[in-house]
Design a protein around this ligand. Sequence first.
Ligand code: PRX
Length: 707
Amino acid sequence: MDFVADNDNNNGDNNNNLLGETFTASDKFLERAHITRMDYYHRIYQLSVQNPDAFWLNIAEQFYWHNGIQRNNNNTRAAAAGDGADGKLFDYNFDVTKGPINIRFMSGSKTNACYNLVDRIIDKGLGDRIAYIWIGNDLNERKTITYSELKRNVCKFANVLKIQGIRPGYRVAIYLPVSLELVTAMLACSRIGAVHTVVFAGFSSQSLADRIIDANCRLLVTADGTVRGNKLIKLKDISDESLVLCKHRNHKLVSCIVVKHLPVPNSCQQNRWSKYEPKFDETIDHYWDELIEAASDECQPVWLDAEDPLFILYTSGSTGKPKGVVHTIAGYMLTTALVFKYAFNYRDGDTFFCTADLGWITGHTANVYGSLANGATAVLFDGIPTHPNAGRLWQIIDENGVNSFYTAPTAVRTLMKFGDDYVNRWTMAKLKLIALVGEPINREAWLWLYNVVGRGRCPIVDTYFQTETGAPMIFPIPGCIPMKPGSATLPFFGIVPVILSEDGQELSGPNSGYLAFKNAWPSIARTIDGNHERFESTYFRKFPNYYFTGDGAVRDQNGYLWVTGRTDDMLNVSGHLLSTAEVESAILDNKRIAEVAAVSMSHPIKGEAICCFVVLKAQQIYDLQLEIDLKQRVRDKIGAIATPECLFSVRALPKTRSGKIMRRILAKIARNDVRELGDLSTISDESVIDELITVRRVVGDGDSGQQ
Ligand code: PRX
């Protein structure tokens, strides 16, 4: 698929005159790289930001539009610019001071994402190509599905949804392990115009219920369970609990469709999950297999507006209530397709392996929408990187001829500590590229990935993005942009990042500040479901006329961007965003706790971890059982990923004279970075600080074991 032509034939040098330590792609990689020259990158980049409508029109033409590409839409931006209404695909307002935030792209053009991802690929003669290689937790679990088979299953499940009463615009919750059924359910929704909301299968029943209710989901797709390493996860039990919670809050679903995901226990050799029999309530539950069996495999796609919602995906918010980020059909589809091609240097026939769970934006973007739009073969892995041993990912890469591997810094740091032998056992013969996402990567882990896993010949593509941006925005286009370990480098086509000062001034040259984006791009989120005001205040109010990411960044002397992390009350644990408010609210459910502050501390594997300072109510004593209960409450309410790494029982929290908790100071104490605590002039009781430092030093990290 040629979205943007590859390099033209002008044989200029790769303008690699950047200062500092840079890495460039190997000659072998360059032979097949889409773009190899910086001057070419700069030229296309300039075109893409100077005339985004023309740039994206070229991309849109590669897709199917049921009524053609509508360019004569009622375009306020074009009208305001006085340059006529035709030819414009974008229509947006980023300036809250001028009116509501409103982003539209290709509005009026009719399309269907599922059709473009599956039928269009089959029409190109690729029906027999493997769309997915699914690999389970245990070594012998492997299935494949071709594009034609996928279409058949998707049509069947789309008909099932219709029979269950699902209509365009209705919301469907999907709480499944990484599986072919998960992809099928997502695509079936998009085929009939239903809006999927995938909930990561590591979330608790409470989190699932919150999301089902918030998005007003009418149907839930779940599974009996899944096995991760040696642990059985009883997803149906969790789903049942969550449906009870929904009922208590007067939210009733029409049905719950259950995938039998656990392998059938072998009669000779009893499996560890053979005794698990989830409950089955005939008034609401249905088995996936039985419904699919009975359904027709013909289902015409519903032609939807480019701006109709495609999916909702929840991400943490700093107030504690997760935000249902809404993405729309055309913008998300086009951006993910284009980014997939360039970030992973996708070439026809490549096999792509991304370790992200499908319940996160990376899974949606890379494993489903981006991969299928390019006709790629993707590996889906429903296991953990250390089972049965720390060589599992490398084994998958070798055994499946993986060309591009996409993972998170946390996984790299985890596997690195097991040593090089696990990697060296495998040849990595077909691997040509490695990409990263989710959090800043430390230099040591980057170099290990580059030298040991990539054998010094694979570019490392550090991609910066967010649930809200839909697709990577900043990354080194492999083969073209020289890499620096730890930097996401330069913006992708059509993206204009800026660094802002506290008072909203754009800072030029080498500088540090708030990372924001200046122009709209097609896959930017359109709203927070049911709360547009929150969307505006979270991303657009602090800096009018910019989308504010919530991250801080540094621009170096070469213009490279280094994302330094969150500037708000959010934590990034193993690449997953969590809000401190959400964790604090779970801890406060315990009646023995008077006050709590959750802050981030650095962690060698997870990047960041959660550290909680708790103040007990009068006459309460902190003991091990209380600590276990508090951790368990967080797991039950949010999920295991939010479990605090350490808890400190303290007499008081540092507060300003107006009563605001001084988290900045707590974060420094949690990080054992107490030499310079900053401005303490507003603190109401300075003696608290010494006590906190002492508790932190005496108790140490991890299991606090306080009495
Ligand atoms: O802080 C940034 C960090 O992850 C946040 C987005 O989290 P989420 O919406 O859950 O999506 C994660 C996967 C896309 C960002 O605000 N982040 C993401 N990628 C990077 C990163 N930080 C540094 N470098 C990255 N490559």
